[in-house]
Design a protein around this ligand. Sequence first.
Ligand code: BGC
Length: 496
Amino acid sequence: MNLISAVVLSVLVNLGSGAQNLTFPPWFLFGVSSAAFQVEGGWNASDKGESIWDRLLHTHPDVIVDGTNGDVACDSYHLWRRDIEMCEELGVNVYRFSISWPRLLPSGFPNYISEDGKNYYNNLIDGLLEKGIQPLVTMYHWDLPQSLQDLGGWANPLIVDWFADYARVLYTLFSDRVKYWLTLNEPMVICDAGYGLMGAPFLDDTNIGLYLCNKHVLMVHAKAYRIYDEEFRHLHHGMVSLSNVALWFEPETPADTEATKLMMQFYEGRYAHAIYSKLGGWPPELEKLLTENGKREGYPYPRLPPFTPEEIEYVKGTYDFYALNHYTSKQVRKVDPDKAGSWPYYGSKEIGADMVNGPAWERALSATWFAIYPEGIYKQLLWMKNNYGVNNIMITENGLPSFEPTLYDLKRANHIRNILEQVHRAMTEGVHVLGYTVWSMMDNFEWTSGHKLKYGLYAVNFTDVHRTRTARESARFYASVTRTRTIPLHETMDFE
Ligand code: BGC
């Protein structure tokens, strides 16, 4: 990165002028994120097992907008040295990546640990640490071993033990060096997308399977957390959490206030209340609503499988920090449940509300469904602190999508700047934010959007066998932020 861009220059000039730049404390962790299935490729390298995403994409390429798959992706399986180099160029303190369960445990069970899988992650972890970069490891970012799906996957309560075995292998192999762990990435997507025809295993079961999954993800997380707590914490003193994705919701009009609260509980509380609230268990108003909806449809069971009092205690408090993935915000509009459904998720039908973009909110680069509303993250952070009393938060994903591959992505740089400004604002108002990681370090396999949708600070040439990575303007900007720990004044960012 020898080229000083206009954006970087603006940071430096601004610093020189002594204007009031916003500075982050020395302990604040700047990072970037990725996920195994989206970057690694090497889908059948060595003895790797098949994952549910491998299976879906090989049997139903039609579910992906451009018909591509993750067989090679960014080829990080071979290019991990370059990935570390990019982290260095970006000057980040942490690199968030995930471990592919079927790469490490090809059968899904710990009867056999792949040497190649183990070496791959050891190399990555050691390589990062040599450069002073902390690994932030997600144990599960959606690539379940197909063997476990064949046994019922997330709808089978035995997944709690299967995952516990996997987690124990991970802690045993890596927790001497990995201090930040995330058990699951976005349980909302694991269940709502996986059982709502939006991601692997691509099932259509939003009445029973989805809600079984809801309970099991929470039990899985809690058990993996408790294993660390009881067997590894005293040795390695790390931190464990799970990443929840949270859209910020606000009412379109005052009449939509109640529906908005339910929407928050549906999309966030369903995966957070049991862990972070003082009460534990399901969010009460949501549980009531979903039970009534299920009853009306003639189901003999409540939609959300009840927790026993012991289970409530078991799940409650299983976090060392709150890991937040935040991308965008929506306004909530109450409507007749039969007419609801402007959003691809079925949740609006349960609640009887649609999600719309705020009229004044800007749209992302060509991805018009994505509203740009930086204040949303500020409000979200305060909501988490006020609602759950959690005051140790790490932003584990945030970024801006684009269908355009341009290297001159000033809008993305500007967005990162504006989000960081809002994070800083929340911090000055007493929210303790540990760090911020950008999604994503580089363009990658963006699930059902294939290679079309891009989030990368680095562009990846997917037609080149070498999968060349090239820094975008946003990468240069972010590198200047991580190095100065400062964001420039808005007026100095000449972007549009
Ligand atoms: C996921 C990523 C994904 C990103 C952008 C997040 O919900 O964790 O895997 O690529 O959103 O869609």
